[in-house]
Design a binder for this molecule. Sequence first.
Ligand code: NI
Length: 149
Amino acid sequence: MIRDIVMDPDPRLRMLCAPVLGVDAELIGDMFETMYGAMGRGLAAPQVGVMSRVFVMDATWKAGEASPMAFVNPEILWRSAEVQVNEEGCLSIPDRPVLVTRPARIEVMWLSESGAQRRGAFEGFEAACICHEMDHLDGVLILDHEAAA
Ligand code: NI
């Protein structure tokens, strides 16, 4: 089911999200549907009004190959000193792209949609997207990066 996307400046986008105890498959399914429906490549739970440390990402579907990934209770274990700068958009802040500096590579630990412990290394757009969605879980938006970019 497609859920309503919470728009800036809704205060829910500024809250710290709580770790979840169990994986909510219905929420994750709805988040994918909502993300694809809005032509996005990432969506965090607070963007549908759920204050949990959950996000979904599909970095490649717009290029014709789907790669859906759900991240529950994600943690960034390592960030490269090397950075990348990309123009980022956000479904909660339409038509307002911002240049954001992010680590070029990261290592992440999370629970998958099936509740399995996962660990992986990411680079390029995927790394930037994960950092963007992790920011959402801490109430941080791309607007906050604007001055630093
Ligand atoms: Ni966003």
